[in-house]
Design a protein. Structure first.
Lengths: 664, 577
């Protein structure tokens, strides 16, 4: 029962809100929704405790506590919890259970989902306080948390697909939450359809797995894939490629990234929870979960790394040119998930998950700060109309929180979590067998870009003279808007110390926790799990890399300060130049993907639909009917009702018959 | 259990309809209540069957309940009804949707109320008969019987262009029905002259030996009737007109039940009666199914009428059934059955919602709809639920159907399955557009309209519960249909394509069975059907695993008829050995 205890509270709460939300008061709705997620979080902590306890010597006494769930062990000695509720779909020998599997990777994910989910729910209770559809909002939000937990806990790929589609549907509902505005509806549909393209590929991947392995149980796939396929087999490569497309759709990676910037049409807590911290990282989780398949397809591993690096770089450029406070963060999310993909592609699954966790903290923090800021500026979202919000009676608290967020995003050395997780990825990008200097170079340049756009965002809001939107009296955020951000900021600062590089103490709490899950199965698949850099790695090389990464981010922060605070006029001149404005337009549109897709897919499809609209097949049917009608009209001409004509016809007919009969 | 209950399933709605007609002259309300009572009684009967056979069904070989009454003995025609897991599911669906249809038309119909309920209940009775008949003549009788009241439902109580739509519907079904009749008669004589036993009994006609070219024509005769009902592209053009012009109850019965008779007929009659012919035509039929999936989704997107849009989405959804029938794998057929049940629920609900909107706003045109959420949130929330069901969201019924159809067909015809997956994406585009055009966006007119009444919540609530049940607890439904479907596919196909040895074995067994006869369905004794050929022992064939695997990878991926064509292959191999 332990694992369903995690899923059930938000699910039940969502059902209650769907049925009775209209009759409940605001306070009751908020309490119910937040309590449900809080319960989930407590269940997550409770179930994770023994898992954590068995990992570390110092905590082993904890594991013996009786009220904690009892773990099982795999043959390789990886602790887990399994819970089978019932057979969901059983046809022939295929059994798909409503079954949950809980191991270290799932533990990390559920803690992130419920923990950050809880903070965002609290924030939303304040942020959405004036919305007339309060109940509907929290119904969708709770449903989302439940679906996300199912995705993470599923022990088979069909149930994972249920969660996968469930979070997609919730994302659709929440992007289009303010449904009166048609643009929101368009953004919502775009998100759903684009991710569904990825889901279609994922489904095909499942069909191949079911056909060739006869199972969709994740644990069995790990074992039988190695038996059925050899490394590099075309089928397994195809499966991995299809899974990658699915993951790219959900995680907004090239070439399916186009939906995420538009998804900012949803309320800000939604952007923080779904489009930054949790759902969009589901692709990373999927690849980590099915890493055995990917390790058997080295070509696809390389593709994952390339897709990630390229996405990180291109989205970083795009973030630099956005003028909307949330769109900067959206492109930044795409870019940061690109880092995670790159880490997956070089085989550093734990580094990817480490960055997933730190990113969840600092990006949720940034989104919530953005929500507070535009709330304070009376709904303004244009960065160019803000400024000077740090000063005086404006938003000093939020400014400090946002500074923690951008600092962590930029990877300011030593004190921020982003530094540690990004550093782990950069270092892994060099490690054999999957690492490659080009990947490292791409990620390194992007690190600079990241610092640049992060601090551009910060300076445009908080420095300089007050803009048109920030001149007037600003709304000071209430406690519900402030304290959840404090919690996230604490995470954004401290989460990095869970895993430090060998040069800085070599503290591997997270690696020790996650590594067993990967190394055991990776070994059986004949692949290798890079993990975190091993202790005996050359310290000098690592130091050089860290030093230059730190220098890079610091220099770019200074550059941002120079461009956007000291010499804004100089930068604006550059912007107005012909090359500058061209690049700016290209980057602002996210490299023009939307226009290309519009021309290649949307318009032709609309034209086709318009062409077929009148149902051409029916024309054939109508032609037959028409023929019948015409011949009936022709024949009815003979029905004159006059005896003369009939008699004449009679005689003619007889003559005709006689002629035929008597013809020699 | 008393076999009379099968007759009662047909007689109760018919009687209720007759009473409604008589009472309707004096009091329309009496007609409504009588029909509702009759419909609920049918539900009780169906439910008693469902719960009564819950334990025995999964293990049953052949029908669990049979009723035979001599009717025209001279020609071997009997009043023969039989119940197995497959048609039990459809009986339950029919009873439930019949009730919903009665509830939905409570206020909508004010003209000739008694006659209207007679038509509804007679259609329900005819559909029950179609699902239960085990005698081909009786089957044809019911097949035509359900057409007549439906004609009146559309033609009398329909919308603006009702007469044209009713005539189109009738011509399509009549003509294809006549082809079915000819094929039935030809089969009757072929079986009679070969065995000396002239009979219309389904179980005895199974396994009739007919030359492939003749069988192909007869198969096409059956398929013509079923494909029109299903509907299969390009025979679907009656459907948008009929669904759109029919009154709400008519649309629900059409989409929810009438279309299912086509799929049921294919699974129960067309393929099992002519397995070789079916195998030889599987590839084009599967392709047409997939074309229908995609074509229906595109056309749905391009419509400006709410009901027409839902009608085209039906064309798309029923393409999956054709794909599954052509693939003829247990998993795929299980999916087809689930798809039909789930589609009956979800699309029935969508038509009910369209009817409620029409009743309130007197329009179905998207240019006059929009922003309904702010006015009728409950109605809109239900619409959202069923739209999500229609796009195949897991947890709701359609997902299980589509997923199993595609999963089961994939080993046979991966490329067509990829086409089906594309169709799902296109279907998503269409259904989300529906949601946007009708319910989101700014409100188009200022008049206040009433949200759902308790009666309407009840009707939609039944369907919502059904959609969740099909999606989250499909196992009872799958288990109920499994023995019947396994029976028609072959004995026990283990789904384990990873193991080439078993895979090959399965194909051989399947081939032998369908080329010979269906032993488990043969009545004892007096039929001279050819005895089943000796199963080929798989040990007799040297199995080179790698070769087999290569064959799986290459051969299957291109030719969809490959596995369905196993009968002939297996036959050849047998001859050579």
């Amino acid at each position: 029962m332990t694992l369903s205890l995690m899923v059930m509270p938000p699910l039940i709460s969502a059902a209650l809100l769907a049925v009775a939300g209209g009759r409940m008061g605001r306070r009751a709705i908020a309490v119910l929704a937040c309590a449900a997620v809080a319960l989930s979080f407590m269940a997550a902590v409770w179930t994770s405790a023994p898992l954590i306890a068995t990992t570390y010597e110092s905590m082993s006494s904890l594991a013996a506590l009786e009220f904690l769930p009892q773990l099982s062990m795999t043959m390789e000695g990886v602790p887990y919890l399994q819970e089978d509720l019932y057979t969901w779909i059983g046809v022939g020998s295929l059994r798909v259970n409503m079954g949950f599997h809980f191991d270290a990777v799932a533990a990390l994910m559920v803690l992130v989902v419920t923990g950050i989910g809880l903070l965002i729910h609290l924030y939303a209770a304040g942020y959405m306080a004036d919305d007339p559809d309060y109940g509907r909002f929290f119904c969708y939000m709770n449903l989302f948390v439940a679906a996300m937990l199912i995705l993470v806990l599923a022990d088979n790929l069909v149930l994972l697909y249920l969660g996968w589609e469930g979070v997609g549907a919730c994302s659709y509902l929440l992007i289009g939450f303010w449904y009166r505005e048609p643009a929101n509806g368009a953004a919502a549909r775009k998100a759903f359809v684009v991710t569904r393209v990825g889901d279609a590929a994922l489904a095909l991947g499942l069909f191949i797995l079911a056909r060739d392995l006869g199972t969709l149980w994740i644990d069995e796939i790990a074992g039988s894939a190695a038996r059925v396929w050899t490394v590099g087999d075309p089928t397994v490569t195809l499966v991995a490629a299809l899974l990658l497309i699915g993951a790219a759709g959900k995680s907004a990676q090239l070439p399916l990234q186009v939906w995420l910037p538009d998804a900012m049409a949803g309320p800000t807590p939604v952007s923080a929870l779904i489009h930054a911290a949790t759902m969009v990282t589901a692709g990373v989780y999927l690849i980590a979960r099915t890493h055995v398949i990917f390790l058997m397809a080295p070509a696809v591993m390389a593709a994952v790394a390339i897709v990630g690096t390229l996405t990180a770089f291109l989205a970083g450029c795009a973030a630099l040119a956005q003028k909307d406070i949330k769109r900067v963060l959206a492109y930044s999310t795409i870019s940061q998930i690109g880092y995670m993909f790159a880490a997956l592609g070089v085989g550093a699954f734990t580094a990817a998950l480490f960055h997933l966790m730190t990113h969840a903290f600092f990006k949720a923090l940034l989104f919530l700060s953005a929500g507070t800021i535009s709330h304070a500026c009376h709904g303004e979202t244009d960065l160019r109309r803000m400024g000077g919000l740090r000063h005086g009676r404006a938003l000093p608290g939020t400014a400090a929180l946002a500074a923690v967020g951008v600092g962590s995003l930029a990877g300011l050395p030593l004190i921020t979590s982003g530094f540690y997780s990004k550093d782990a990825i950069l270092w892994a990008a060099l490690q054999p067998p999957y690492g490659h200097p080009v990947i490292l170079a791409g990620l390194f340049v992007t690190a600079g870009l990241t610092a640049l756009y992060a601090f551009r965002w910060y300076f445009m809001i908080f420095s300089g003279p007050p803009g048109p939107a920030s001149k007037a009296e600003v709304h000071r955020p209430g406690a519900l808007l402030l304290w959840p951000c404090v919690g996230l900021a604490a995470g954004a600062l401290l989460a990095g110390f869970l895993e430090t590089p060998g040069t800085l103490g070599g503290y591997h709490a997270l690696g020790d926790f996650l590594n067993p899950v990967f190394s055991a199965s990776a070994h059986s698949a004949g692949g290798e799990h890079a993990g975190f850099a091993s202790a005996q790695a050359a310290h000098t090389a690592e130091l050089v890399l860290q030093g230059s990464a730190a220098a890079m981010s610091l220099i770019c922060v200074l550059l941002a300060y120079y461009f956007f605070v000291m010499r804004p006029a100089w930068f604006q001149r550059l912007q107005r130049g012909s090359a500058g404005s061209l690049i700016e337009a290209l980057w602002r549109s996210g490299w023009g993907f939307d226009a290309v897709y519009e021309a290649v897919f949307v318009r032709p499809y609309m034209a086709l639909a318009k062409l077929l609209r009148g149902e051409p097949i029916d024309d054939v049917v109508n032609a037959i009917a028409g023929t019948a009608r015409v011949s009936s009209a022709l024949l009815s001409v003979t029905q004159t009702g006059r005896l003369r004509t009939y008699a004449g016809a009679l005689v003619l007919g007889i003559l005709l018959l006689l002629t035929i009969w008597l013809w020699p | 259990m008393n076999p009379q209950i099968l007759t009662a399933l047909i007689a109760v709605p018919l009687t209720g309809g007759g009473l409604a007609m008589l009472l309707g002259r004096k009091s329309p309300d009496a007609a409504r209540w009588v029909s509702l009572v009759a419909a609920l009684l049918t539900v009780v009967l169906a439910a008693s069957l469902w719960f009564g056979f819950q334990e025995t069904l999964p293990a049953a070989q052949g029908p669990v309940l049979e009723q035979r009454i001599s009717w025209i003995p001279r020609y071997g025609i009997e009043f023969h009804l039989a119940l197995d897991g497959l048609n039990l599911l459809f009986v339950v669906l029919t009873a439930c949707l019949g009730t919903v249809a009665v509830l939905i038309s409570w206020r909508e119909v004010t003209r000739a109320v008694g006659a209207h309920y007679l038509c509804i209940m007679a259609t329900v009775a005819g559909i029950m008969g179609v699902f239960l008949a085990y005698d081909l003549f009786l089957f044809y009788f019911f097949w035509e019987l359900m057409l007549v009241p439906m004609y009146f439902l559309i033609g009398v109580w329909g919308h603006e262009r009702r007469v044209a739509a009713a005539i189109k519907f009738t011509i399509f079904t009549m003509v294809s029905g006549l082809l079915l009749l000819v094929a039935i008669l030809a089969l009757y004589y072929a079986h009679g002259s070969a065995t000396g036993n002239y009979t219309m009994d389904y179980t005895r006609l199974l396994g009739t030996q007919i030359g492939l070219s003749t069988a192909r024509w007869l198969f096409l005769g059956f398929v013509a009737a079923f494909a029109v009902k299903l509907p299969l592209f390009p025979l679907h053009t009656w459907l948008p007109d009929a669904h759109t012009e029919a009154p709400t109850a008519g649309s629900i019965l059409l989409a929810g039940l009438l279309l299912k008779t086509g799929g049921y007929g294919l699974i129960r009659f067309a393929v099992p009666l002519f397995p070789d012919a079916a195998a030889s035509l599987a590839a084009p039929l599967a392709a047409l199914g997939v074309v229908g999936i995609i074509y229906g989704a595109i056309l749905a997107y391009s419509q400006s009428d709410l009901k027409r849009m839902v009608a085209y989405s039906s064309v798309s959804h029923m393409g999956f059934v054709m794909l599954a029938v052509a693939a003829w794998q247990l998993t795929a057929l299980q999916g087809a059955v689930m798809q039909m049940l789930a589609h009956g629920v979800a699309t029935g609900a969508m038509f009910a919602i369209a009817g409620m909107i029409q009743e309130r706003l007197h329009t179905r045109d998207f240019s006059e709809l929009g922003g309904l959420w702010s006015k009728v949130p409950k109605l809109s929330a239900f619409a959202l639920l069923f739209v999500l069901a229609s796009v195949g969201l897991p947890g709701l019924g359609n997902f299980v159907g589509e997923f199993l159809v595609l999963l089961g067909s994939f080993p046979v015809t991966p490329l067509l399955v990829a086409g089906g997956v594309l169709g799902i994406v296109l279907g998503t585009i269409a259904m989300l557009a529906l949601m946007q055009r009708a319910f989101y966006g700014p409100s188009r007119n200022a008049d206040a309209i009433a949200d759902l009444s308790p009666r309407e919540i009840l009707a939609l609530g039944i369907l919502a519960v059904a959609a969740f049940a099909l999606g989250l607890l499909p196992q009872p439904f799958l288990r109920a249909a499994e023995p019947s479907l396994a029976g028609v596919v072959s004995q026990n196909i283990p789904f384990n394509p990873a193991d080439p040895e078993i895979d090959v074995d399965v194909q051989r067994t399947a081939g032998v069975n369908s080329a010979g006869a269906f032993p488990q369905l043969q009545p004892d004794g007096h039929d001279e059907a050819v005895p089943p050929a000796e199963p080929v022992p798989s040990a007799g064939f040297p199995l080179d695993l790698t070769d087999e695997k290569a064959a799986t990878a290459t051969g299957r991926s291109t030719d969809s008829a490959d596995v369905a064509g196993a009968p002939s292959q297996a036959g050849n191999e047998e001859g050579e050995s």
